[in-house]
Ligand binder design. Structure first.
Ligand code: SAM
Length: 339
């Protein structure tokens, strides 16, 4: 058990034996978009007060401790991470931490055209851009921002400056964009970039989620394989996506299926929220407040102890919550967790 391991052997193991190697760091809960499946209504949003948001120094300190406990890959997210001023400075700091192999980012793409080069120079490896529609009117309706051309320019810029991989994330929602699946795939194929469809999870702020609105991954693969010759690559250990390669070499298609085919048994991800809480599972209701320790003179050792204990209690995951198909009274929506 973790308490008896020698210091140099410590890893972030939970009671099911899963070991965390990947970290998502949310740098803000704020977003300039208001995606239907993520944010609450404008007048119901209460942003985390600025003074509660971790500074770059504080994030760096927590990531250093996590790296010493086996975290190797970091993804920066939010909210919208590029709303955080000078984000490239944080990228530079995290890429410099010993044992961190890669730093990637998930973004809505709004600031990407302007920021891509600086991010690349700071050491960012790749970027995943959320793109749920290729029709301007619909893009605006789903994301709350009339921004399609700008986001597409951001994707092109990311490719130009050599961020690698550049990927697309699409959340398919029944009745909203499920008729665009093939168009989105074709857009990605033309650029030879990977596209991932994520099943709609009950982590939305509007309370619009219900299981009928989830487009199961199988439906997407059935539609795609009627048009494109595909080769199944499976889901690698600890990966979220099951991958299908286009046989003509034009990139690949991934399905992230937390609702229809959960993949909790080898989950190796944990999250740090913008206000410094450690979350060991998207569907956890237990937040472990690291900020308190960071700001009140807690030693690296005390932080490590708290993190080890928190990860040990990681829940089994959404795959063990079959009742969730009937809905979930969740404590936080995606923008506040850090997707
Ligand atoms: N603002 C950035 C963006 O738009 O990509 C990063 C944060 S966003 C919360 C991260 C990812 O979570 C996005 O790809 C988004 O589409 C996805 N997401 C948000 N709410 C979701 C939900 N309820 N179900 C599934 N995916 C969701």
């Amino acid at each position: 058990m973790q308490g008896t391991e020698k210091r140099e052997e410590r890893v972030l193991r939970d009671r099911k034996g899963r070991i965390a190697r990947k970290l998502r760091v949310s740098v803000t809960d704020r977003c300039n978009f208001a995606c239907l499946f993520c944010m609450p209504e404008k007048d119901k949003i209460s942003w985390i007060p600025n003074e509660q948001i971790l500074s770059f120094d504080e994030i760096e300190r927590v990531v250093e401790v996590l790296a010493s406990l086996g975290i190797e890959k970091v993804r920066i997210t939010g909210g919208e991470p590029l709303l955080r001023r000078d984000l490239e400075e944080l990228v530079d700091r995290i890429t410099s931490i010993k044992k961190i192999h890669s730093v990637d980012m998930t973004t809505n793409g709004w600031h990407l055209e302007r920021k891509a080069e600086a991010l690349r120079r700071a050491g960012l490896r790749g970027v995943t851009v959320s793109l749920h529609s290729l029709r301007s009117d619909r893009f605006a309706k789903i994301s709350g921002m009339d921004a399609l051309p700008r986001v597409l320019r951001g994707i092109d810029r990311a490719l130009d400056v050599g961020l690698n991989p550049v990927k697309i994330n699409s959340v398919a929602i029944r009745g909203y964009n499920d008729d665009e699946i093939l168009n989105l795939i074709e857009y990605a194929r033309e650029r030879r970039i990977s596209i991932r469809f994520i099943e709609f999870m009950p982590l939305d702020g509007l309370g619009m989620w219900n299981y009928e609105r989830v487009v199961p991954g199988k439906e997407i693969i059935d539609a795609a394989s009627r048009v494109y010759p595909l080769e199944a690559q499976g889901r690698g250990n600890n990966e979220t996506s099951s991958i299908w390669r286009f046989k003509d070499g034009r990139g690949d298609l991934g399905l992230i299926t937390p609702m229809s085919e959960p993949f909790c048994d080898d989950c190796d991800r944990i999250r740090l929220t913008a206000d410094g809480k450690l979350l060991s599972c998207l569907f956890d209701t237990d937040y472990h407040d690291l900020r308190h320790l960071v700001r009140n003179g807690g030693s690296q050792e005390a932080l490590a102890d708290m993190i080890l204990k928190a990860v040990w209690k990681k829940p089994d995951g959404v795959g063990y919550m079959p009742w969730i198909k009937d809905g979930w009274a969740k404590p936080r929506n995606m923008n506040a967790i850090g997707g």
